[in-house]
Write a protein that binds this ligand. Structure first.
Ligand SMILES: NC(=O)c1ccc[n+]([C@@H]2O[C@H](COP(=O)([O-])OP(=O)(O)OC[C@H]3O[C@@H](n4cnc5c(N)ncnc54)[C@H](OP(=O)(O)O)[C@@H]3O)[C@@H](O)[C@H]2O)c1
Length: 194
């Protein structure tokens, strides 16, 4: 798959590393082209001078939104009427938008198994085909893909992220906690296979 990643920070690098590790062709862009170039060099990807250049040829592509509302006051996440993913869908009516990876802390993007337990990779979106592609990517990266529902479920996923961020910030944790629903969650046993 050809993947353009906009952002060369914690998440952009983590996703790029995970995606190239799965054999995908990755191009990275950032606000500063030199940041994108550095990240690309680290993960054996290509970089673009601008986001538009990185995404060239991606008309109609699936847009994956791993972001959370980035306000200094985290309570903005709780007060938002729409998720970021829904806002992106309004801006890009010709693309299928899938929310994914926003509940995964950066360092877990390439380290998805904790004590033998495969973390959940939640995703949400309206188009079944786009969701299936993203679910495959989530699984290839080592997470258990869990379909959270249609795109408005992205609001719940942003709240889930808020909980983890808020707890790490308030309690001084090491930003490595990840999510796993235990009990009968249908799709596989809680212990990692293989
Ligand atoms: N950090 C986490 O653990 C984590 C986990 C899940 C979700 N998230 C969410 O994911 C998003 C990114 O987080 P992060 O921690 O990776 O942030 P970050 O380390 O600050 O990186 C942000 C990246 O986005 C680039 N960028 C910003 N505006 C841009 C623009 N207009 N065009 C192109 N590139 C642009 C920046 O470019 P420059 O480098 O050139 O400035 C930078 O490389 C946030 O919404 C965050 O809430 C974060």
């Amino acid at each position: 798959m050809r993947i353009a990643i906009i952002g060369a920070g914690t998440v952009g690098r983590g996703l790029a590393r995970a995606a190239t590790g799965c054999g995908h062709e990755v191009v990275i862009a950032a606000r500063h082209p030199e940041h994108a170039a550095m990240a690309a060099q680290e993960v054996e990807a290509r970089s673009g001078q601008t986001a538009a250049e990185a995404a060239r040829g991606a008309e109609g592509a699936i847009v994956v939104d791993p972001t959370n509302p980035d306000e200094p006051d985290l309570s903005a996440i709780l007060e938002a009427r729409l998720s970021v993913a829904e806002e992106i869908a309004i801006l890009l009516p010709d693309n299928h938008v899938v929310k994914a990876f926003n509940t995964v802390l950066g360092q877990r993007l390439t380290d998805p198994v904790v004590n033998g337990i495969r973390l959940d990779g939640f995703y949400a979106g309206d188009d079944p085909g786009a969701k299936a592609v993203v679910a495959q990517l989530i699984a290839a990266m080592g997470f258990r893909p869990l379909d959270a529902g249609a795109l408005p479920a992205a609001r719940a996923l942003e709240h889930l992220a808020y909980l983890n961020i808020n707890l790490n910030a308030r309690k001084g944790w090491s930003w490595s906690s990840g999510r796993k629903l235990l009990g009968d969650t249908g799709e596989d046993a809680p212990r990692a296979r293989g």
